[in-house]
Design a protein around this ligand. Structure first.
Ligand code: HAM
Length: 423
C-alpha cells in the first residue's frame, strides 16, 4: 500500500468540521477589520522566496520544496505566504486605489522540516497583511486583530511577546556589537551557531541549545541600539496596545526566522504546546517589496498556524461545543419505498437541507442508527404501507417523538419549521 508523505497528514471528515469552524470565525473577524481574501498559487518562482525570505535563513537553506518543472524553470512550493502576497500586490497594482490595503490568505504551506509534534511538512496558515502605511497605529491594529482572532476561538493561557528589531539605520550597529560579543564566546556556541555567526548572526539569539542561551543571556540587547524613530515607533505601538488592554512581554530575543523584518516583531505563544509553542507570529517588513523588485512599500502582517490552534483547543483549554443535530435522514422500511426516498432526499437537498438516505440496503434499525451517528435532527421513515396510505412518519431524533404526516406535507414542514421546534 502506498502511504501518504510523512509530515503531511490527511484531514478526515470527522476533523474537517473543526477546520471549517475555525476558518469561518477567522473570515468573519477579518472581514470586520476590512481584510479581503486573496488566493495565490501554491508555487512560485524560486527566486521570489530566496530574495524575499533571505538566503541565509533556515527556510531558504534547508526547508524549501524546490523543483525544476518540465520547462526547466525552478519553482518552489510556498513555505510561507508573505512573499507571494507581496508579489501579487505589485503585479496587480493593488495599492493603486487605497494607500492602505488589507488582505488575507488561508491555505497550505510547505517546509521540509523534521516532523514532530506540532511541526509538519505541509501545514496551514491564516495569513493577514496590511500594506502601505508605516505608522505605528497599523502595527497596533494588526496585533489587536490577531488577539481578537485568538480570543474569538476561545484560546486561553497564551502570551504575546513583542520586540523591535530596528531598521537599516540602527540595526547594523547592533548587529556588529552582537557579532563582536558572539565571536568572543565562539568556543561555547553549538555547531549550528558557528554557521549562524557568519551567515545570520542574530539567529543565535533564538537558538534553543542551552549553552547558547546562556551565552545569549549576557549579550548586548537591541533596545540600547534603537535609533530615535524606531524607539518612538515601538513606544507608540506599546502604548496603543496598553490602551486596548492587550498585555504583552517585551522579548529582546524575538528576532524571528525570516530576514525581511524591520521594527516590530511579535509572536503569540502557548506554553502548553511544548517545544513548538508559537501559535502565530509576524512583524513589520518595510523592505521586502523593494527586495523583490518593487517600490518602497511599508507593510506588516502575521500568520497563524492552524494545526497549532486546533491542538491548543484540543488540549482541553476550551470546551468544544458538541456538533449540533442538523439535517434529515430519510429511512425506508422495505426496498419498494427506496425510489420515493431517493426522490425526497434530492428535493430536501435542493431546498437547502442536509439530507441523507441509505444507499446500501440496510435494515430500518441500521438506518436509524446511522441517522444518530450522522447527528441528524430528524428522520423521515417511508414504509410501503405508509406510502400506500399517502403518509410518512416524521421522527425527532433528539426527543424520540414521532408522528404520521401526509406525504405531500413532508418537504414543507421540514423546510419551514425551525429545526428545533418540529414536534
Ligand atoms: P512563521 O513564524 O514562519 O511566520 O510562521 C507562522 C506560524 O505558522 C508559526 O507561528 C506556526 O504557528 C506556524 N508554522 C510554521 N511552521 C510550521 C510547521 N512546520 N508546522 C506547523 N506549523 C507551522 C511566517 O510564516 C510569516 N510569513 C508570518 C508573517 C506574515 N510575517 C509577516 N506577515
Amino acid at each position: 500500500m502506498i502511504k501518504g508523505v510523512k509530515g503531511a497528514p490527511d484531514i478526515l471528515p470527522e476533523e474537517s468540521g473543526k477546520w471549517q469552524a475555525l476558518e469561518a470565525v477567522a473570515r468573519d473577524v477579518l472581514d470586520r477589520y476590512g481584510y479581503g481574501e486573496i488566493r495565490t498559487p501554491a508555487f512560485e518562482h524560486t527566486e521570489l522566496f530566496v530574495r524575499g525570505i533571505g538566503e541565509g535563513t533556515d527556510i531558504v537553506e534547508k526547508e524549501m520544496y524546490t523543483f525544476e518543472d518540465r520547462g526547466g524553470e525552478s519553482l518552489t512550493l510556498r513555505p510561507e505566504a508573505t512573499a507571494s502576497l507581496m508579489r501579487a500586490y505589485m503585479e496587480h497594482n493593488l495599492g493603486a486605489k487605497n494607500s492602505l490595503v488589507k488582505f488575507y490568505l488561508i491555505g497550505p504551506m510547505f517546509r521540509h522540516e523534521r516532523p514532530q509534534s506540532g511541526r509538519f511538512r505541509q501545514f496551514h496558515q491564516i495569513d493577514a497583511e496590511a500594506v502601505g502605511s508605516p505608522g505605528p497605529a497599523v502595527d497596533a491594529e494588526v496585533v489587536a486583530l490577531l488577539h481578537h482572532l485568538l480570543d474569538a476561538w476561545g484560546l486561553q493561557g497564551i502570551s504575546l511577546h513583542l520586540n523591535s528589531i530596528g531598521d537599516p539605520n540602527c540595526r547594523p550597529a547592533y548587529r556588529q556589537a552582537f557579532v563582536d560579543y558572539a565571536e568572543a564566546h565562539r568556543s561555547g556556541l553549538c555547531p549550528d551557531c558557528h554557521v549562524r555567526l557568519t551567515k545570520n548572526p542574530l539567529r543565535i539569539l533564538d537558538c534553543k541549545v542551552q549553552a547558547c542561551q546562556q551565552i545569549v543571556a549576557g549579550a548586548p540587547t537591541i533596545a540600547a541600539y534603537l535609533c530615535a524613530p524606531c524607539r518612538d515607533h515601538f513606544a507608540t505601538v506599546r502604548r496603543l496596545l496598553d490602551g486596548l488592554k492587550i498585555g504583552h512581554t517585551v522579548n529582546e530575543r524575538l528576532v524571528r526566522g525570516l530576514d525581511y523584518y524591520t521594527r516590530t516583531t511579535f509572536e503569540f505563544l502557548n506554553p502548553a504546546l511544548g517545544s513548538q509553542n508559537a501559535v502565530a507570529g509576524g512583524g513589520r517588513y518595510d523592505g521586502l517589496v523593494e527586495e523583490i523588485g518593487g517600490p518602497p512599500t511599508p507593510a506588516i502582517g502575521f500568520a497563524i498556524g492552524e494545526e497549532r490552534i486546533l491542538a491548543s483547543l484540543a488540549a482541553g483549554q476550551v470546551r468544544q461545543e458538541a456538533p449540533s443535530y442538523t439535517g434529515v435522514y430519510v429511512a425506508t422500511a422495505g426496498a419498494e419505498a427506496f425510489p420515493a426516498a431517493f426522490d425526497l432526499v434530492q428535493t430536501l437537498r435542493r431546498y437547502g437541507l442536509r439530507a441523507a438516505v441509505d444507499l446500501e440496503g440496510r435494515s430500518l434499525k441500521g438506518q436509524l442508527r446511522q441517522a444518530n451517528k450522522d447527528r441528524c435532527r430528524y428522520s423521515v421513515i417511508l414504509g410501503s404501507d405508509e406510502l400506500a396510505r399517502g403518509e410518512a412518519t416524521l421522527k425527532d431524533m433528539v426527543s424520540g417523538e414521532q408522528r404520521a404526516v401526509p406525504l405531500g406535507e413532508v418537504v414543507d414542514r421540514l423546510t419551514r419549521l425551525p429545526e428545533r421546534e418540529f414536534v
